[in-house]
Design a protein around this ligand. Structure first.
Ligand code: ATP
Length: 595
């Protein structure tokens, strides 16, 4: 402690102390104020940062919200789909599981039953019950035998039924209709993929369910099942060979030599197999090992005709061929040749003669000696015949082709005939309706014929014994014709994708086919006027359609959904053709002359 002398010194010292304290306080205050200012500054900085952070947060939150909205939007729909898919899968799985459980139970039951049987068999074998086993085996064998017999009986009954039906058809003068369903071909899948009808267009909807019925499934997607059944004299499925198809046609050739006119006509939509059925495969790179089996009705019919002729050596036959096409409602003679001998289609006309039959004046006829010659002529003609590609068929025939084989039969020499009659008389004393060499010069037959102007030899037979001398009179030649027709295909312009000149061709084809349909309609309804002359095609085929020829329509149809409406149209045409009742086909009398 300092030593003070007086009070003033003490006082001054205290003042000094106080001043010192005050200064230090003031320094402290300044220090604190500086600190305070710094803190304020920091606070302001923090507040600013905080505000910025908040603002950023708000922006981020906004963005986040927007993003979430977008994400939700884009995921909700697929999510819903996914969910329903999952639900469907779950259901499917449950169903499959239920089926599986069913199968498993069934399998278990069956294996139990099998075990029981094994047990019984084991016991039977062990317990020397061989006699029972043998008896059972014998029973099985006899059951199999009777099943076989039943099958055989059923088959022969069916054949008999068909024969009776065919006879009935013939007696009623009906047109015979066969139907051929072609197999699915590679272009059906292309059509299917091009189609707007959906992916099921190459699905098979037309089936040959038996040898006389064809079933068409006309169900539209989302509609109840609707099947239509069509019956024809014969139905061929995709597996039926060319030989099988011809077998059903073959008897008509015997009829031809028996004195009937015959016409076989293939009808159907484009690409349905008409040319394949009538002529055979036209594919350039065909490499079938057995070409004969691939041939169609025309070559097979020509072969059969010459075979039948060769089996009748006593009679003399000549065969002449004519080939025409109806193209754009013009009739063209395809065997006519120009000065250089090249085949050119020459225009001809169809006329109706006074007895009411149709004739083509100046038509070229070629005399042929064998089926090979017929086919040589046909292959020349096919090069001239109009054909062009369409969307449906890359080698579509654009004309109706009519190949006619005219057979002239001359009676054997009188001695040979007398000899034949002599042996025939030993069996039959009367000249019946079926006699092949029935002579129109027999006075009794002639008088019985003249009593009914319309009657054929079959309908007015002579029932009296006839002296042989009346029959040995040499006869006039007998002419019969076999018309083989490959029609152009019906089509709709949309499907075939044609335009310009091809569209005109297409419209001519459709018009002539609808004229054919109209003719059948008029005949079926027995209308007094039949519009044969509405088209060259119907005018030319007048005798075969409405006359007394044996007419067979071969309907060709495609099996797939893509061509369903065209198929139904073709089947409808066949149905209409079957309704036609004409005069009973009758044999030609000798003496028919070609004009
Ligand atoms: N039954 C069948 N078996 C095997 N191929 C067939 C059958 N039917 C038709 N084809 C084939 O289908 C295609 C079309 O047949 P096709 O030429 O006979 O038709 P189309 O009815 O004559 O046609 P378009 O009227 O257009 O001339 C051809 O390639 C043919 O070989």
């Amino acid at each position: 402690m300092p030593h003070f002398v007086n009070r003033d010194q003490i006082f001054a010292h205290q003042v000094h102390l106080l001043e010192h304290k005050l200064r230090s306080k003031e320094e402290r205050i300044l220090e604190l104020e500086t600190e305070n200012a710094l803190l304020h500054l920091r606070l302001a900085e923090c507040m600013g940062k905080l505000r910025r952070d908040r603002e950023e947060d708000v922006i981020l939150a906004k963005r986040h919200c927007q993003h979430q909205g977008k994400v939700q939007k884009s995921t909700l729909v697929p999510l819903a789909k996914l969910l329903s898919h999952v639900q469907a899968l779950k259901k499917e799985l449950r169903d499959v599981f239920a089926v599986y459980v069913g199968f498993a139970t069934e399998l278990e039951n069956q294996s139990k039953q099998l075990m029981e049987w094994m047990d019984i068999i084991g016991k039977a074998v062990q317990g020397d019950q061989g006699g029972d086993t043998q008896r059972l085996q014998a029973q099985v064998a006899s059951l199999e035998g009777s099943l076989q017999e039943e099958k055989e009986r059923h088959r022969s009954e069916r054949m008999r039924r068909r024969q009776i039906h065919n006879t009935l058809i013939e007696l009623r003068g009906n047109i015979r209709v066969h139907c051929r369903v072609r197999p699915i071909l590679p272009f059906d899948h292309i059509q299917g993929s091009l189609s707007t009808n959906g992916p099921s267009s190459s699905e098979v909807v037309v089936q040959a369910v038996s040898d006389d019925s064809v079933l068409v499934n006309c169900t539209k997607p989302g509609s109840p099942v609707m099947n239509k059944m069509f019956e024809f004299e014969r139905v061929h499925g995709p597996e039926d060979s060319q030989d099988a198809v011809f077998e059903e046609v073959k008897p008509l050739l015997t009829s031809l030599l028996d004195g009937y006119n015959v016409c076989i006509m293939a009808y159907g939509q484009t690409g349905s197999g008409k040319t394949y059925s009538m002529i055979g495969s036209q594919d350039e790179n065909r490499t079938h090992p057995d070409q004969d089996s691939q041939e169609g009705i025309i070559p097979k019919a020509a072969k059969e005709l010459f075979k039948l002729i060769s089996e009748k050596p006593a009679e003399r036959h000549t065969v002449e061929v004519s080939m025409v096409e109806v193209y754009n409602n013009e009739l063209l003679d395809l065997l006519a040749k120009d000065e250089d001998g090249a085949a050119v289609g020459v225009k001809r006309e169809v006329i109706t003669t006074s007895p009411g039959t149709s004739e083509v004046p100046c038509l070229t006829y070629e005399l042929v000696q064998s089926s090979v010659e017929v086919m040589q002529l046909l292959s020349t003609v096919l090069r001239v015949r109009a054909h062009s590609p369409t969307l449906v068929h890359r080698d579509s025939s654009r004309s109706h082709l009519i190949v006619t084989l005219t057979v002239t039969s001359k009676s054997p020499n009188p001695q040979a005939l007398a000899h034949r009659l002599q042996s025939a008389r030993q069996n039959v004393q009367h000249c019946g309706p079926q006699k092949q060499w029935w002579s129109p010069r027999c006075p009794r037959a002639a008088s019985s014929r003249s009593s009914s102007s319309n009657s054929s030899p079959q309908s007015s037979p002579c029932h009296s014994p006839c002296p042989a001398s009346w029959h040995v009179v040499p006869q006039e030649p007998l002419r019969t014709k076999l018309q083989l027709v490959d029609l152009a295909g019906s089509e709709c312009a949309g499907t075939s994708g044609v335009s310009g000149a091809a569209l005109w061709e297409s419209s001519c084809i459709n018009r002539s086919l609808s004229a054919l349909s109209d003719v059948l309609g008029a005949l079926a309804e027995q209308r007094p006027h039949v519009p044969y002359r509405n088209s060259k095609l119907t005018h030319l085929l007048q005798d075969s359609i409405g006359g007394d020829a044996k007419l067979l329509v071969m309907l060709c149809v495609s099996p797939t959904q893509h061509f369903l409406s065209e198929t139904l149209q073709s089947l409808g045409f066949g149905y209409r053709a079957r309704q036609v009742q004409r005069h009973t086909p009758h044999r030609k009398n000798a003496g028919l002359k070609r004009k």
